[in-house]
Ligand binder design. Structure first.
Ligand SMILES: [Zn+2]
Length: 67
């Protein structure tokens, strides 16, 4: 039989250095997860800014109510 399975290629996640199998089992390769992919793209930080920015928006408006 010439049906040899090649050894899986293991890469390191650029974000957290976890071992990631290069194949169908890792849809976010070379990242280990969607989270690490978002972090690398900078979208993760953007998402956090949006969440933190929401209550911050009313900050300048809230001060005038103190009078
Ligand atoms: Zn990772």
């Amino acid at each position: 039989m010439s049906n040899n399975n090649p050894p899986p290629t293991i890469v390191k996640c650029p974000t957290c250095s976890n071992a990631v199998v290069w194949g169908e089992v890792s849809p976010y390769r070379p990242f280990c997860s969607k989270r690490c992919q978002l972090i690398d793209l900078g979208e993760w930080a953007e998402e956090e800014k949006r969440i933190a920015g929401a209550p911050d928006m009313s900050d300048s408006d809230g001060w005038s109510e103190d009078h």
